[in-house]
Design a protein around this ligand. Structure first.
Ligand code: NAD
Length: 366
């Protein structure tokens, strides 16, 4: 079972309820202590999405930047109050070990760099939050987990939907049996890729195409919505290789997941159309989200169709700040994150099987 039982959903929601369940939290005894994050990679996600979220964090603060672009790092540091002594580049990155301001390193780099920068962070004595997909392959994931274990440091994967109010509400309702016995799951995730020169389209940097980058949301949702692990799968790839975007990586992958209870998951991943949809069908009704995994504006319906729209109680909660604070709380309380390295590894193993199934045109038992 995926590690999203009720207790962990409460923990993921990150707050008073969880604190009450485990006794006086460390941060309550030491309220001034916010853990310091270093962001590695000031790109679309690291700079554009993550850095602005620290203002909403209770237990986390931005203390350092790692970038190959000194001028950009200096500009960002000035804007967010990061001292210049805490700006690093990829060459002097290992010297973060001498900087006690930094507790956690957040790896927001192309996939091919995740393993290296995670392992170097662990060796420098820092905890790690690493973006999805965890790495190029399962061997790299295993090496990352081993390095963090050996260093005695936490490793968490950037699966923000585990902290997102609509997804948590949907999971809660599915587990409470509101739609009866689960029968099938469907999800389509994709976007229309416009830049043919992006690293995501270079296999040596991305590890693969839409499946690694966006199909992983459909796979994750299949696992956390059903609460089960797939036991077999069948995948089919459809890619127009004359399209300059898809010389190295796949466009569409359609994959079917078989779950132990008999639930079937039907997922579509693509780089040539915009879609973000989740549907969980039970014998008494359905849970539907569209969009389901967006940064904001997710919508949820529970019932027979779309007649009853649900707004979670914590609708305004910031999924990114919760994610950052979750790892800080885990470090402060010496708990395992709800989405540890092992969770990233599980997805990468399944994705490897998806690629193998598409290549060999056969059902793969997991
Ligand atoms: P991006 O291309 O916008 O940024 C990548 C950063 O890495 C840039 O700052 C770039 O300068 C730096 N970099 C260092 N060496 C590089 C090299 N050799 N080639 C290219 N870039 C190099 O990418 P992004 O969209 O910010 O994605 C970064 C990571 O974040 C990826 O793992 C991606 O999957 C993940 N991501 C996650 C989410 C989410 O919702 N969880 C959303 C977007 C991206």
């Amino acid at each position: 079972m995926i590690d999203l039982n009720r207790r962990n959903v409460v923990l993921a929601a990150g707050g008073a309820l969880a604190a009450g369940a485990v006794g006086a939290p460390v941060w309550a005894q030491n309220p001034g202590r916010k853990l310091g994050y270093a962001i590695v990679g000031l790109g679309g996600y690291g700079l554009g999405v993550i850095i602005p979220q620290f203002k909403d964090c209770q237990h986390s603060r931005l203390v350092a930047l790692v970038s190959g672009d000194a001028a950009k790092a200096k500009r960002v540091a000035a804007e967010y109050g990061v001292p210049e002594k805490n700006i690093y580049n990829y060459q002097n990155y290992d010297s973060i070990r001498d900087n006690p301001d930094i507790d956690i390193v957040y790896v927001c780099l192309p996939v091919s760099m995740h393993a290296e920068y995670t392992i170097r962070a662990a060796k420098a004595g820092k905890h790690v939050l690493c973006e999805k997909p965890m790495a190029m392959n399962s061997a790299e994931c295993e090496a990352m987990i081993a390095a963090c274990k050996q260093a005695g440091k936490k490793l968490m994967i950037g699966y923000r939907c585990h902290f997102e109010p609509f997804n948590l509400e949907a999971i809660r309702r599915a587990r409470a049996g509101e739609i009866g016995k689960l029968r099938y799951f469907r999800s389509e995730h994709g976007f229309n890729f416009s830049n043919p020169n992006a690293w995501r389209l270079k296999k040596a940097m991305s590890g693969g195409g839409s499946m690694m980058d966006i199909g992983i949301y459909a796979l994750q949702a299949a696992r956390y919505m059903t609460g089960e692990e797939p036991v077999a799968l069948y995948a089919k790839e459809t890619t127009d290789r004359s399209d300059p975007r898809f010389r190295e990586v796949e466009d569409m992958i359609d994959f079917q997941l078989e779950f132990p209870s008999g639930v079937i998951g039907s997922c579509m991943s693509m780089y040539s159309a915009n879609q973000n949809h989740i549907l969980l069908m039970g014998d008494k009704g359905r849970i539907e989200m569209e969009p389901g995994t967006a940064y904001k504006g997710n919508r949820l319906w529970v019932g027979k169709g779309r007649e009853t729209e649900i707004t979670p109680k914590d609708v305004g909660a910031n999924q990114f700040a919760r994610q950052l604070d979750h790892l800080s709380e885990c470090v402060l309380q010496n708990r395992e994150p709800i989405v540890p390295g092992e969770e990233g590894l599980r997805d990468i193993r399944i994705i490897e099987a998806v690629y193998r199934s598409a290549r060999e045109k056969r059902r793969i038992t997991l």
